[in-house]
Design a protein around this ligand. Structure first.
Ligand code: NAD
Length: 297
């Protein structure tokens, strides 16, 4: 039976560490790290995520602001609002919650947040820096939060040197998860395969993996029989499905009950990668404040 990778506990430890470092930063620099979270429209899951993000930021001693904008806002007006936040010295990190309504030009929005305030790590300058660094340093570079959280959990599970030479298979090639995680695992000396919706023989590809990451958005896609015995399985998926009692519940992209029989270690959903994403956002906000105040890592 697989060891459970406790993302909640790991996230709490990281948030506690960040909170302590935030107080150190405030004492030393006389200024408090600030985070602005921008949400457009009223997508229920997104609303829940931004509430958690601002609440956790406050708990870590970060001054958090939630900016709620209507779904019918024009791209130009949104860019103007982001420009104001970008110019505000009290705001060190800006996060624009995705997905944006289809009427908004997302690429322009991602460009409007300057790289040093881009706590999601989605600006092309940060993406380029991540992919071109031999050893990307998350104390000096803003790296996307979910992949950073996955890396943290893998290091904790396998040990600092435990990733070297491992076969890693990531299912999903999104800009938010799959692609940046591939860059991080490559830099951690894994041999990385990125699989996707057009991959042939996906089950066979997954069976090669010492480290198997699912970031797809399809409940239970990855079956127990796809998992190599002893593999570390990271389930990024968050899917709401109908529950037996007529309500709903969250499940991942991995068929958990099957996979836990085979894997060496596995993240649950909920309580795995999700909490780490938020903790890494706190870490990135502190990193952004340090970079902007010239305090370095
Ligand atoms: P996305 O829709 O942008 O990308 C999904 C990827 O899965 C695509 O690259 C696609 O090629 C691949 N895919 C789709 N169907 C497939 C199939 N049948 N076989 C193989 N590959 C297939 O999604 P995303 O934004 O990367 O999110 C993926 C999942 O992770 C979602 O469930 C999302 O809710 C979740 N997520 C969780 C967190 C977190 O903090 N835990 C953060 C971001 C996303």
């Amino acid at each position: 039976m697989a060891r459970l990778i406790d993302g909640k506990a790991a996230a709490l430890a990281l948030r506690t560490e960040v909170a302590r470092a935030v107080e150190g930063f405030v004492a030393e620099r006389g200024l408090r790290p600030g985070l602005a979270v921008v949400i457009v429209g009223d997508h229920p899951a997104s609303r829940a995520y931004v509430r958690t993000k601002t609440r956790m930021a406050e708990a870590a001693g970060i001054a958090a602001r939630l900016i709620e904008l209507p779904a019918d806002i024009q791209t130009a007006a949104l860019l103007e609002r982001i420009g104001e936040l970008d110019a505000d010295p009290a705001v060190h990190g800006i996060l624009v919650q995705l997905p944006l309504p289809e009427t908004i030009d997302e690429a322009q929005v991602l460009l409007a947040v300057s790289p040093k305030k881009d706590v999601d790590g989605f600006h092309p300058a940060n993406v380029g820096a991540l992919f071109s660094a031999t050893r990307p340093d998350p104390d000096r570079l803003l790296v996307p939060c979910t992949p950073l959280g996955c890396l943290h959990l893998l290091r904790q599970t396998l040990g600092a040197e435990g990733l070297r030479g491992q076969e890693a298979v990531i299912v999903g090639r999104s800009n938010i998860v799959g692609k940046p995680l591939a860059a991080l695992l490559l830099a951690a000396d894994c041999t990385v395969t990125v699989a996707h919706s057009r991959t042939r023989d996906l089950a066979d590809v997954c069976r090669r993996a010492d480290i198997l990451v699912a970031a797809v958005g399809r409940p239970g896609l990855v079956r127990g029989s796809w998992v190599k015995p002893g593999a570390a399985v990271i389930d990024v998926g968050i899917n709401r499905i109908e529950a037996e009692d007529g309500g709903s519940r969250l499940v991942g992209d991995v068929a958990f009950a099957e996979a836990e029989q085979v894997a060496g270690a596995i993240t649950p959903v909920p309580g795995g990668v999700g909490p780490m994403t938020v903790a890494c956002l706190m870490r990135n906000t502190l990193t952004a404040a340090r970079l902007q105040s010239g305090a370095g890592g």
